[in-house]
Each structure stands twice: as C-alpha cells, then as structure tokens.
Design a protein around this ligand. Structure first.
Ligand code: HEC
Length: 471
C-alpha cells in the first residue's frame, strides 16, 4: 500500500463510488483543448483548481514534485512530448497499475487525480500544468514578489474548532509563518502524529488559507513529537519526514537532506527585500536542566516553568551545522529579516522553554547579529500561553524586538510570566500575529500586531527600518 495522504484516500473512496466517471473521461479525451494555454485567465483558474485539488499531494504546491509524483516544471516529460494534448491525456487517464515510469509503479495517479472535474476545469488545469515548465526559468518571479502582508502564529489545537483562519484569510496575507505546534500532537507514535496532521488538513479555514497564502513553517515540541523534547528524541528523523511531507517540501529541497527543519527564503528586489529565517530549536537541542518537583510547584504560582538556566559551555539550542548555516543567511543582503523561532528569544528567564534557558546560546545569536552586520532584524516566537512584545536594548548593535504570539485557538490557563523586557501589556487572548510593511515610504514602516480571533488589535508596535540599524 503506497503511503498516501488521507485526503487523497478519502477522495479515492469517493471516486470509487462514481462508477460512471471513467466513461465520461473517455468521451472528453477527444475534445481538443488547444487555445486554452494561451489564455492567462485559464492558467490562473487552472492554478486554483490544482491547489484546491489532490495534485499538490503528489506534485507539490507549484508542481515541483515530491516523493509521490514527478516534477511538472522541468524540461523532461515522462509521458508524451509535452504538448498540450499530451499533458491533457496524462491528466485525464492518470497512471495506474504500474503505468508510471519513475516510481517503478509504486505510486499511481488516478484519472484526474481522483477528482470530479468538468471539461472547462480540465482545460484550465491543462493550461496551468502546461505553463509550469515554461515558467521555470523565471522561477524567481515568485521570490521577486514584494511581500508586504505576513501573518504568523503558533500552537493550534487540532481537536477544537479553528475559527481564527477565517480572520487571517480576510487580511489576505501573502505569507503565513507557522512558528511551531501547528498541531498539538504531543505523541511519540509516528502513526498518531500523521493522524493529528490530518485533522489540521481537514479544517476548512486552514485549507483555504493554504490555497491563498504561501506557508513557511518550523516546528516546536508538540509537532516534533516529545514535550519539551530535543536531540534526545529517537524518532526525530522520522518526525522530520512527516513534517516535511505535511508542509509539501519538494523532493530536491535541502530540508530533505539536512538534520532539522531550519530554512530560509528571500522575497522581493533590493530595497524591498524580505528575508525569512526559520530556526529549528528541537533537532539539535541539548538537555534542559530542571528544578525539584517542589520548587516547580512553587514556580507555577508565579507563572514560571520548571527549567534552570543551563550555562554549560556545551549547552546547545541549535546544532553546529545550523549555526554555520545561520551565519551564512545573516550575511545575505536583505532589508527586513524575520527570524522565526518556536520559543521566545528576548523574554526574561521564566523557567519555561525559551532561549534564556541557554544563556550562552542566546548570547551567541546576539554576537552573530553584530559580527555579520545583519540589519533590519525582528524575532517572531511562540510557545507561551500568552502573547507578548519584548525589546532588548544595549546588547545587539540596535534594539532586538521579539513578538511572541500566543495560542491560535485556545485560551491559556497558566498565568502570565514575568518579563522585564516587556513592552506594554501581555495578553492571554488567543489570536495571531500580523505584519504589514509599507515599502513605499522612504524609511519603510513595519507594523506588527497581535490580533484576536475576532480581529481586534490586542498588541501593536510600529517600527521604522532605520530603527533596526546601528545608530
Ligand atoms: C496520488 C498521487 C498523485 C496525484 C494526486 C496526482 N498525480 Fe499526477 N502523477 C502521479 C504519478 C505517480 C505520475 C507518474 C509518474 C511516473 O511516470 O513515474 C504522475 C504523472 C503526472 C503527469 C505526467 C508527468 C510527466 O512527466 O509526463 C501529469 C501532467 C500529472 N501527473 C498531473 C497531475 C495533476 C494536474 C493532478 C491533479 C489533478 C495530479 N497529477 C494528481 C501522481 C499523482
């Protein structure tokens, strides 16, 4: 049984019930679809059908392919000559019972990917897929896009309703950053972990946002697999694969080869260039030090957690490999940089998971910002049951801001912990983060907010890029 996402399985079942469909498909096969590819509106409509359908499960978000289906953007066509007619035939007839070439018959594709589509849909889909490989040379268009609306969030309880996505959708973010605990799986059983992701896939608002916004994600402990876990988690490699499958990481991506899910991406031309750096604070993280159970209970009343600061010189938040990679990223030119870290960076030591538990590592990042001369940097974090804005002065060459988002759909029960770097009031109201960049200003303005599920502004901070540079 090939391992296939459950939504495909569900659609397959539906397909099986539609006994008459293959006949209809045969009738369509004769219909010429020429002309459609020249029509940009058809290509656009095809893209919507593609993303909204089963195709990304096996061919990735933009046709790059993954381990279940081939790359549709390259020059090489496994079936046919790449003409419009050949692409249409491939989509209509699919590849079943070992008809595939690249995967030795291991993975199949049902006719129309198992979807119900009318003739106009198939025309549009064909036009889109056909156009994909021509666009490859210009692949930078996507990353050349100027990004000015970014949503971010952390901790989504998959066993509850998630109305928050509709609120996020209304803001039309071009980019959505998931800072970890996208599912509160908290299971070390990898089969179970996949099932928890399936629940998230089934949330209509989330599915819609995935269609409309580009997602970049890292993980925290509960989607990693062990509560407050790190390098000691034996199934971390397997868990990484599940994570990357869920987030549709292309087969050839470095994230499929490296240890950990850290990643970086840049958008926009010089002068309006955004860099997003997603850290992995799990895969290579060394052991945490704990206080006694009695002390832990006492701390709980103060909104604090059970950890001690581990100032051992070998205490590690990131692997050495990730540190080297991070240095390279920080040396890349960018105007605004967002570092996404699943746990708070600037927040005062609270005994909960945060960079403050490993002060040497925290200092190392601050030193790296100084040594690389990286400007325009903001930190985005999550994990805490409240949302917070923190500002660190006098340690890096310019103030370091950390915007910590609280849970997306569950009100925290724990008290708000102490934070001497706090700016304004923290809030336990569930919600998400939203950033708007006005690139047109001479000194671009960055508005960072935390909004509630009902779209009320809970926290707000406006910064100028000039404030994120040494004076
Ligand atoms: C369950 C996985 C799966 C799904 C879903 C799926 N495909 Fe495929 N697709 C494949 C496999 C496997 C092949 C054949 C690979 C081979 O020949 O080894 C393929 C081949 C193709 C090809 C031919 C590629 C070539 O190089 O000749 C096209 C075009 C294509 N798919 C488009 C689509 C579209 C459009 C959708 C959505 C309607 C879709 N596929 C859905 C798995 C899938």
């Amino acid at each position: 049984m090939p391992r296939i996402g459950s939504d495909v399985r569900r659609r397959r079942r539906r397909f099986l019930r539609l006994g008459t469909l293959p006949v209809v498909v045969l009738a369509w096969a004769a219909a010429p679809a020429l002309g459609a590819a020249a029509d940009p509106a058809a290509v656009e409509r095809g893209a919507v059908i593609y993303r909204g359908g089963t195709c990304p499960v096996c061919h990735h978000w933009e046709g790059q392919g993954n381990r279940r289906g081939p790359d549709l953007t390259d020059e090489e066509w496994l079936h046919g000559d790449g003409s419009l007619a050949a692409v249409r035939t491939a989509i209509e007839t699919g590849f079943r019972h070992g008809a595939g070439r690249r995967f030795g018959g291991k993975y199949e594709m049902w006719p129309l990917g198992g979807m119900e589509l009318d003739e106009g849909d198939v025309d549009a889909l064909t036009a889109y897929v056909w156009s994909l490989h021509r666009r490859r040379r210009a692949a930078d268009t996507l990353t050349r896009e100027v990004v000015s609306r970014i949503a971010f969030g952390s901790s989504a309880d998959q066993d509850r309703a998630q109305p928050v996505w509709d609120t996020v959708l209304a803001l039309r973010p071009q980019l959505t950053l998931m800072l970890g605990n996208s599912v509160l799986a908290g299971t070390e059983d990898m089969q179970q972990l996949r099932l928890q992701y399936d629940k998230l896939t089934a949330k209509p608002g989330f599915a819609e946002l995935r269609r409309q916004s580009r997602f970049l994600a890292t993980w925290n402990d509960l989607d990693f697999g062990r509560e407050d876990g790190g390098a000691d988690f034996e199934k971390r490699a397997e868990s990484q694969e599940i994570f990357l499958d869920f987030w549709n990481e292309p087969t050839g991506s470095p994230r499929r080869q490296q240890q950990g899910v850290y990643a970086a991406q840049r958008f926009g031309p010089p002068g309006r260039r955004l860099q997003v750096i997603l850290l992995d604070t799990r895969y290579g993280r060394g052991p945490l030090w704990r206080v006694s159970p009695d002390e832990a209970r006492r701390r709980e009343l103060l909104g604090m957690g059970p950890y001690l600061a581990n100032d051992h010189e070998r205490a590690r938040m990131l692997s050495e490999e990730q540190w080297r990679w991070l240095e390279e990223q920080l040396r890349q030119p960018a105007d605004l940089r967002l570092i996404a870290t699943s746990i708070p960076f600037v927040m005062e030591f609270t005994g909960r998971e945060s960079w403050a538990n490993m002060p040497n590592e925290r200092q190392r990042l601050i030193d790296l910002v100084r040594d690389t001369g990286a400007t325009g940097l903001l930190l985005l974090s999550g994990d805490t049951p409240w949302a917070d804005v923190s500002r660190l002065d006098g340690e890096a060459p310019y103030p370091l801001w950390d915007f910590t988002s609280g849970p997306l759909n569950r009100r925290g029960t724990a008290g708000i912990g102490p934070n001497r770097h706090r700016v304004g009031q923290a809030t336990r109201e569930p919600g998400f983060g939203y950033i708007e960049v006005d690139w047109t200003a001479a000194d671009p303005e960055v508005r960072v907010e935390v909004r509630s599920v009902a779209n009320r502004r809970l926290l707000r901070q406006t910064l100028r890029l000039s404030e994120l540079q040494p004076k």
